[in-house]
Design a binder for this molecule. Structure first.
Ligand code: PMP
Length: 360
């Protein structure tokens, strides 16, 4: 009999902790403002709720494994052929599918750091090694990233806008970077926050991938479309990439309610557009007020702002918690604060204004 007292796990699991989602806090007087997960502050549109209700009548059946109606709706809405589209359980699900398709021992996956928390975790799980290139002035250092590519690099993430800093890479620098990436290395342009971008110089990945068979574009229904709780995202890429990625999908991982809601939200049009516009306006207001209060805020094109706080990060986060405002702290670095409703944003701005220190 074996001496071991517990089952044995892959050694890679010792290298990281389980993903930690944004928290929700409640103040002593019962107030709670959740600005820790970059969600939409608005509940589902009536047309979306109706579609979910309709789909719920048939949950005794498995969902469409190919998400045919959703893929067709994405194809029509974004003007891309259906065989260029792969869907997954959130764009994080598609990220995992991509890494399953390329990751193996000896492979390297390159990305800027700090960036989206799920990258290191999913890279490790795939068997590949992470290579992290530090941000420069809160932005991707694409020249340093290109220099860090080796013959073992199989995938590069470019998060645009970057989570958690909100900063962007612009067309000229992105194209120059893409020109330096070998054809057998995938570049994944993670555009989870694309709908909030107002800087014309930031390219839409969907207009770039056609000429570049190694470029995959990731989008999500969790942010601007307000469907975080249902878990759907998608990738648009060359059909060879889309086919490889589809092979790694856990069967039925995009559930029927998510498929129906995503289809309905793609035809919601103006109502959703107005909500996104309101968030963009609030973002500009929040950044402006923070700067007036004396804070340094990097320019952001996403639905959040970044405050670099170094050693004061956890202290500032605790000050927010005490007033029921949940933000996302990264110990020793800074906090990311989502843009919520005007009331939620005011609650955060009041804490920031009262805090006895600034970050400059
Ligand atoms: N990419 C980035 C950059 C993100 O910030 C997030 C969510 N925090 C995701 C992908 C994943 O979103 P989802 O899985 O909800 O589609």
């Amino acid at each position: 009999m074996s001496e071991a007292t517990t089952p044995r796990f892959r050694s890679v699991l010792d290298r990281f902790a389980a993903y930690k989602p944004g928290k929700t806090v409640v103040s002593a007087d019962g107030r709670s403002y959740k600005l820790s997960s970059n969600e939409s502050p608005s509940g589902p549109l009536p047309s979306v709720l109706e579609a979910i209700g309709e789909a719920a009548r048939q949950v005794n059946r498995y969902p469409d494994n190919n998400a045919t109606a959703l893929v067709e709706a994405i194809s029509a809405r974004f003007g891309v052929p259906a065989d260029h589209v792969a869907v997954g359980c959130g764009s994080v699900g598609v990220t995992q599918m991509l890494l399953e398709a390329v990751g193996e021992p000896g492979a390297e996956v390159l990305y800027a750091w700090r960036s989206f928390e799920a990258y290191p975790l999913l890279v490790s799980l795939s068997g590949a090694e992470s290579v992290q290139v530090p941000l420069r002035e809160e932005s991707h250092d694409l020249a340093a990233m290109a220099d860090a590519i080796t013959e073992r690099t199989r995938l590069v993430f470019v998060c645009n806008p970057n989570n958690p800093t909100g900063t962007v890479v612009r067309r000229a620098e992105l194209e120059a970077f893409l020109d330096r990436v070998p054809a057998d290395c995938l570049v994944v342009l993670d555009e989870a926050y694309r709908e909030y971008v107002r800087d014309d110089e930031v390219p839409d990945g969907l207009t770039l991938y056609g000429d570049r068979p190694n470029l995959a574009v990731l989008r999500t229904f969790s942010k601007a479309y307000g469907l975080a709780g249902l878990r759907t995202g998608f990738m648009v890429a060359h059909p060879v990439v889309a086919e490889a990625v589809r092979k790694t999908m856990l069967p039925f991982s995009v559930n029927a309610l998510a498929q129906a809601a995503a289809v309905a939200s793609l035809s919601a049009g103006d109502e959703l557009f107005e909500r996104v516009e309101a968030t963009v306006k609030e973002r500009e207001r929040v950044a402006h007020v923070l700067r007036d209060q004396g804070w340094a805020v990097p320019p952001t094109e996403a639905n959040f702002v970044w405050l670099r706080l170094g050693d004061r990060t956890m202290d500032f986060s605790a000050a927010c918690d005490a007033r029921g405002v949940s933000v996302r702290p990264f110990a020793g670095e800074g906090v990311r604060v989502s843009i919520g409703s005007p009331e939620e944003n005011d609650a955060f701005l009041a804490v920031a204004g009262d805090y006895p220190h600034r970050n400059v």
